[in-house]
Design a protein around this ligand. Structure first.
Ligand code: PEP
Ligand code: MN
Length: 373
């Protein structure tokens, strides 16, 4: 059961205390208070968990400060929209807002290979006006003989160079709970010059212990990548694991699904699931055209398949693009064939802007038609 309080109510206020006292009367029911950070105002929600069928909705709804009570379906209790009865949620991290209306480009290195590559990448981001990037320090590779990432060793220079170039958020995959400690320590030692969004890769989409671990902390938001060989429902349930640990600052990423029918692409592009995930859940949705398409082949129109896939995701309302770049793609130690060169960064940004504007115009057009009908 979800209790939505009116916008004037503070999460520490007396109305919440009164509600918690009421809930305490019901054996087997516990409450979790959560503050949803909106663009204009913050909202307080209280989740009632356990034997809630004994709780009277009317009694709770009549308490001071309560706006609405929603009986939630079993599916996606915390991240779900519950048939449109609850609003999307977003969050602000390191000064940047992420929600189902925002749109950010995380352009960066699939894998950190050298300080020089990081410096060049970060400088290019700054020159292009981007403050969000991706930097892989821990790499899950198919072969144990392939480059596994520099791990904790590269964190000091990655964070230092991010700070110098005003980069505010770095998406970084973690494979093990120790990696969170390494990131936390390196950030502290560098004086917290930047922020990190913990990426859960497709290969760990059902690593429930790791999901619970990233869900049990609130310092870092989580970018969850859908499992490449499991259903959408299974991936959304995996996000529910993160959320049920207490961390609601989650972004759901589409990165294609594995099937030989995707040939000649690396994975089958699944960006039509952008509106589906936005409607089923309250989470912002990211697209990763690099790992979906897997190579830079160009179309006869001069735009590569990666550009076309990006446009497909943006026109469908994606809130974030995770995309591989490298100063010298041919020399990249991981996924070079899908990396764009730094000379292609401003073009990509402008291309995304055009498509995003088209998406916003589509929304305005639909709004105008609804008004006149
Ligand atoms: C990545 O983004 O570097 C990555 C390994 O992606 P995925 O988990 O989607 O394969
Ligand atoms: Mn990669």
């Amino acid at each position: 059961m979800l209790v939505i309080l009116s916008s004037q109510v503070n999460s520490q206020g007396k109305e919440v205390q009164r509600l918690l006292a009421e809930v305490a009367k019901y054996p087997g029911v516990s409450a979790q208070v959560h503050e949803v950070k909106g663009a204009i105002q913050n909202l307080t929600e209280v989740y009632l968990i356990g034997k809630t069928d004994t709780v009277s909705s009317e009694a709770v709804e009549s308490l001071p400060g309560v706006e609405r009570v929603v009986r939630i379906s079993e599916k996606y209790r915390l991240i779900g929209r519950h048939r449109g009865q609850v609003d999307a949620m977003g969050f602000v991290y390191n000064g940047i807002r992420f929600d189902q209306d925002s749109c950010h480009i995380f352009a960066g290195l699939c894998a950190v290979d050298s300080r020089e590559s990081v410096a060049k990448m970060m400088q290019a981001l700054k020159a292009a006006g981007l403050s969000t990037t991706r930097m892989g320090a821990y790499k899950p590779r198919t072969s144990p003989y392939d480059f596994q990432g520099h791990g904790a060793k590269c964190l000091p220079y990655v964070f230092e160079l991010a700070g110098k170039n005003d980069v505010k958020v770095i998406a970084m995959e973690v494979l093990h709970e120790n990696h969170l400690d390494e990131i936390r320590t390196a950030l502290e030692q560098a004086g917290n010059p930047t922020g990190v969004m913990l990426q859960i890769g497709t290969r760990n989409a059902q690593n429930f212990e790791l999901l619970k671990h990233v869900g049990s902390q609130n310092q870092f938001p989580v970018l969850f990548k859908r499992g490449m060989g499991i259903t959408l429902e299974e991936s959304l349930n995996a996000c529910e694991y993160i959320s049920s640990g207490g961390n609601r600052n989650i972004i759901f990423a589409l990165r294609g699904v594995k099937t030989h029918l995707a040939d000649p692409h690396r994975n089958f592009v699944d960006f039509i699931h952008v509106p589906v995930v936005k409607r089923l859940t309250r989470l912002p949705v990211c697209i990763d055209p690099s790992h979906s398409v897997g190579k830079k082949d160009g179309g006869t129109d001069g735009l590569s398949d990666i550009h076309h896939a990006t446009a497909q995701g943006i026109i469908a309302g994606a809130n974030m693009v995770l995309i591989d770049f490298h100063p010298d793609p041919q020399k990249a130690l991981c996924d070079g064939p899908q990396a764009l060169g730094l000379n292609e960064l401003t073009h990509l940004i402008e291309d995304v802007k055009i498509v995003r504007e088209a998406y916003e115009r589509r929304l305005a057009l639909k709004g105008a038609h609804l008004l006149s009908s």
